[in-house]
Write a protein that binds this ligand. Structure first.
Ligand code: 13P
Ligand code: SF4
Length: 311
């Protein structure tokens, strides 16, 4: 990249030239959220990817999200600024092990969190996101045994909420796992009356203190509607960029990790994407997401089920 390049202007020009759409998750750096044509949660981003008439999707998020876009829009070029942008939940669930687990429980259906590989999606019956999981689970007959993976905290929260036993895969999100209950209690004591909003990827010790539990988009809705002026936010701190932009009169405080601040809860995978890498991805149309067609169709079946049941 030549010195002095105005990356934002160059990205805007390339977006036009390539007929590209830039999709970004709420956990992306503020400058990427601000450049995006659409910022959303995992379900909204899947819907956008399925609907867009752009030729290129530049996905500012992590690999499973860009793969979801490719599964739903195979004729588009999908680029991810950094292919190393993975997810600890995906890593926790190798497809061979998941297949063996399923084989041991043949009477169970697999309801699987979208934070997993394409191979695991292909081995699943229905995909869910944190904003569609409740609606979808309620449509499954009570006597149907369920395997839920790979996030045991989201699975455990759903299980408690609907009083429904499920076999849980033992994966966790390293970001949400890092919140400290002790530090959260200290922060709550410093801000008496401030509600806590938490993502269901948080462990129960954090969820138990939350006034609102839900997906990133539901946390944003709660931030808009709660009656007070200060909110404690227990999810990846970059989401607060949208809150601060939309609600400058309110105060948002990121829930702390063991060191007492919220920076240890930045997702290291999401953080790999930068303006420079987005510029290069649009310029070179690389790195590109490619998925073998047979695998894609199998994964698409479980994703289609989600899109059908979530609406
Ligand atoms: P949602 O935006 O769907 O709530 O997902 C959060 C997340 O962890 C993405 O990795
Ligand atoms: Fe994965 Fe957690 Fe990062 Fe989301 S925040 S991409 S679940 S590691």
């Amino acid at each position: 990249i030549p010195a002095g390049t105005d990356l934002i202007e160059e990205i805007k020009a390339l977006r036009k030239e390539r007929n590209a759409v830039i999709l970004a998750h709420y956990y992306q750096k503020p400058e990427l959220q601000d450049l995006a044509d659409f910022v959303g949660d995992s379900l909204e981003l899947s819907r956008k990817a399925a609907e867009t008439d752009a030729d290129v999707i530049a996905f500012c998020g992590v690999k499973f999200m860009a793969e979801t876009a490719k599964i739903l829009s195979p004729e588009k070029i999908v680029v991810l600024p950094d292919m190393e942008a993975g997810c600890s939940l995906e890593d926790s669930c190798p497809p061979e092990k998941f297949a063996a687990f399923r084989a041991r429980h043949p009477d169970h259906i697999a309801i699987t969190y979208i934070n997993c590989s394409t191979e695991v999606k292909a081995l699943s019956d229905i995909i869910v996101t944190s904003s569609s999981a409740e609606t979808i689970l309620q449509q499954i007959p009570k006597d149907q045994p369920i395997i839920f993976g790979p996030d045991r905290h989201l699975g455990g929260w759903l299980s408690r909420k609907f009083d429904r036993e499920m076999l849980l895969w033992p994966g966790v999100c390293i970001v949400h796992e890092a919140f400290s209950e002790t530090e959260l209690l200290k922060l709550m004591a410093q801000h008496p009356g401030a509600p806590v909003a938490a993502h269901p990827e948080c462990p129960p010790a954090i969820i138990d203190h939350a006034d609102h539990v839900g997906s990133t988009s539901s946390i944003l809705n709660f931030a808009r509607d709660f009656p007070g002026d200060t909110l404690i936010v227990a999810t990846e701190p970059h989401i607060m960029h949208q809150m601060e932009k939309a609600l400058p009169e309110k105060t948002f405080i990121g829930a702390p990790g063991a060191d007492g601040n919220c920076n240890c809860n930045i997702c290291p995978y999401m953080a790999l994407n930068t303006l420079e890498k987005l510029y290069v991805a649009l310029r070179d149309l690389e790195p590109r997401v490619e998925i073998e067609e047979g695998l894609r169709l199998k994964a698409k079946a479980s994703l289609d089920k989600m899109l059908e049941m979530a609406s």
